[in-house]
Design a protein around this ligand. Structure first.
Ligand SMILES: [Zn+2]
Length: 279
């Protein structure tokens, strides 16, 4: 079995409306877990992973990127920091990334695939990398199939077109690193799985963006298929509990690495960030 090492990269904080982030859950309930700011927004992070095995380097997710106006930065609270900043802090340059896997192509996941250069030109952030995404997600992104305006952006998608390697369904990408369809947030959303020295890790993307999203009904108003999110989440949480996976949550602003336990009293699951092996 191929054993990867992973480094958690915090690619920058941002914020989104708390009501949108918790869908059908009333503010009176969710605001007990996370305090909204004066604009009713909650703090989020863009967690990405650097995976290394032998000489190969894979990046999972890319965050918001740097192509934002001052007004957009203010609205979304986008920190002046990108995945490039985080890679630089661990001594890796964007040119050293061989492969990028994104769970889906909304702006806070695909934004970092391209960058604004010093003279305002639009460049590929990772000049030597192929980009892995589900064929369904790529097709939906190009057709702008979303209830949200402005989440599949041409400036994020057009420059990467000839770098995208679309996959269909469950797929082995390289050396035990694999993707698995996790529909709900979008039709073509995928999770990323791999083994490190301590077992299996699953990056479920926007299936469960923060620890507060573990509950059965705690899914986002942004989901295309909310009931599918519930079913997919139950399947992933059950496997994670039974097979002792660790999950790494993409927008968790606190500790994003968790293990999953069955909670018999609620016939559901709970997350524990404290029993994760240190590495
Ligand atoms: Zn997201």
């Amino acid at each position: 079995m191929s054993t990867w090492s992973y480094t958690l990269l915090r690619a920058g904080r941002f914020r989104l409306d708390g009501g949108s982030m918790f869908g059908v859950v009333p503010r009176a309930i969710w605001s007990r877990l996370v305090a909204p700011d004066d604009d009713n927004c909650i703090p989020l992070q863009t967690n990405c992973l650097l995976l290394e095995l032998g000489g190969s380097r894979v990046l999972v997710e890319t965050g918001n990127g740097n192509k934002w106006s001052a007004k957009e930065r203010a609205i979304y609270g986008i920190e002046d920091r990108t995945v490039e900043t985080a890679l630089g802090e661990v001594g890796v340059s964007p040119a050293q990334i061989d492969l990028v896997i994104v769970t889906h192509l909304h702006f806070d996941h695909a934004g970092g695939l391209t960058r604004l250069g010093p003279n305002g030109e639009l460049d590929l952030t990772f000049p030597n990398a192929e980009i892995i995404v589900q064929q369904q997600e790529w097709d939906d992104a190009l057709a702008r199939r979303s209830t949200m305006n402005g989440t599949y952006l041409a400036s994020h998608l057009d420059p990467i077109a000839d770098r995208v390697r679309p996959v269909n369904g469950e797929a082995m990408i390289t050396d035990g690193l694999r993707v698995m369809p996790t529909p709900g947030h979008t039709w073509g959303h995928q999770a990323v799985l791999f083994e490190d020295a301590d077992g299996t890790i699953c990056f479920p993307g926007d299936l469960m963006p923060t620890r507060n999203h573990v509950g059965r009904s705690w899914s986002m108003g942004y989901d295309m298929l909310p009931y599918d999110t519930l079913l997919t989440k139950e399947t992933v949480l059950a496997r994670a509990a039974d097979e002792r996976w660790r999950l790494i949550l993409d927008h968790e602003p606190g500790e994003p690495v968790v293990v999953v336990d069955r909670d018999e009293s609620k016939a559901w699951f709970r997350l524990d960030p404290t029993r994760v092996p240190l590495h």
